[in-house]
Design a protein around this ligand. Structure first.
Ligand code: FAD
Length: 279
């Protein structure tokens, strides 16, 4: 590990000022990715700005028809939250599928989406649920937030403070885990709900399908599946449908064709789960 200066500011203003004035400062959340990166000497920030003492960043609330979750809310807190379970049970279930208990007790929503690992689970929920990422200076639609592998729309000195998930409709998430890391080999979040003004759709129901773990560019909306499900919301509507294999990740864990197959299978399972839940 290279030497760095550790800060624990009490206010958001102080935290942003540190990030803006120090040469290579980085926010620190639960350290689940960042500390490992430092230990391996893959990053050499001059300063770490710990967000742990900032007020309200772990709060979970319901405001104006949205479920609002603080960036420092840990996965275990999202999983256990009665409010999340009541408002968006699929999101609570997704949080419970992340890593192992140690990871869930330290890892945070803000750290997960700021890191934008192509196999992380929350990005799929954010895209499918049309979430809004609220930072210290602006609001960013999830569709504009995830810009590529480990890339987001965040400025280097910008802090995610909370994420707002619109309520209404229903969702389901299915994930095929890498048995070692428990990251998604393919994870599919499906949401279906009311027609919203301005949304392109082909049927009476509106469907969003987001895939993580599989795409070479990270999380993505799977439009062909959305069109198929808008026509007939049942697993059979997806029979034989897979995303393009040559756009999927190829690595030691699996080929592109395998991941495309998994994405199709997880999508059908998520639809089946939604149909049972809605029955
Ligand atoms: C063994 C293991 C298994 C895992 N399995 C899974 C899994 O199955 N599914 C899954 O989705 N994830 C998984 N993860 C990832 C984990 O859940 C964390 O979400 C992720 O590591 C980020 O950790 P963190 O929240 O502690 O953020 P940190 O490690 O502290 O930070 C990560 C990055 O985000 C930046 N950052 C943090 N917070 C903010 C903020 N509020 N605003 C702006 N930038 C910020 C940091 O500067 C850093 O660049 C796993 C991790 C481990 C170690």
């Amino acid at each position: 590990m290279f030497a760095f200066t550790y800060h624990r500011p009490d206010t958001l203003t102080q935290a942003v000022a540190l990030l803006q004035t120090r040469e290579e400062a980085k926010p620190l959340a639960g350290g689940q990715t960042l500390i490992a990166t430092l230990k391996q000497r893959l990053a050499a920030p001059s300063d770490l700005v710990d967000l742990a003492a900032l007020p309200d960043l772990r709060a979970i609330s319901r405001e104006d028809g949205r479920l609002v979750i603080g960036a420092m809310a840990r996965h275990a807190e999202v999983e256990a939250s009665p409010l999340v379970r009541a408002c968006l049970p699929a999101l609570a279930a997704l949080a419970g599928l992340i890593g192992d208990p140690a990871v869930r007790n330290r890892g945070t929503l803000g750290g997960s989406i700021a890191n934008n690992d192509p196999s992380a689970d929350y990005p799929a929920a954010c895209l499918a649920l049309d979430a809004t990422i609220i930072t210290d200076r602006r609001e960013i639609a999830a569709a504009d937030f995830f810009t590529g592998l480990f890339e987001t729309a965040l400025e280097p000195d910008e802090i995610v403070i909370r994420v707002a998930f619109p309520l209404g409709g229903e969702g389901a998430y299915e994930k095929f885990r890498n048995p070692a890391s428990r990251y998604a080999m393919a994870g599919v979040f499906i949401w279906r709900g009311e027609v919203a003004p301005g949304e392109a759709l082909t049927g009476e129901i509106l469907v969003r399908v987001a895939v993580t773990g599989a795409g070479q560019g990270g999380v993505f909306r799977w439009r062909d599946a959305e069109t198929a499900l808008a026509g007939a919301f049942c697993p059979a509507a997806l029979e034989g449908l897979v995303p393009p294999a040559d756009e999927m990740i190829e690595d030691i864990h699996g080929s592109g064709a395998y991941r495309a197959h998994l994405a199709g299978a997880m999508a059908r399972r998520a639809v089946a789960r939604l149909m049972v839940a809605g029955a």
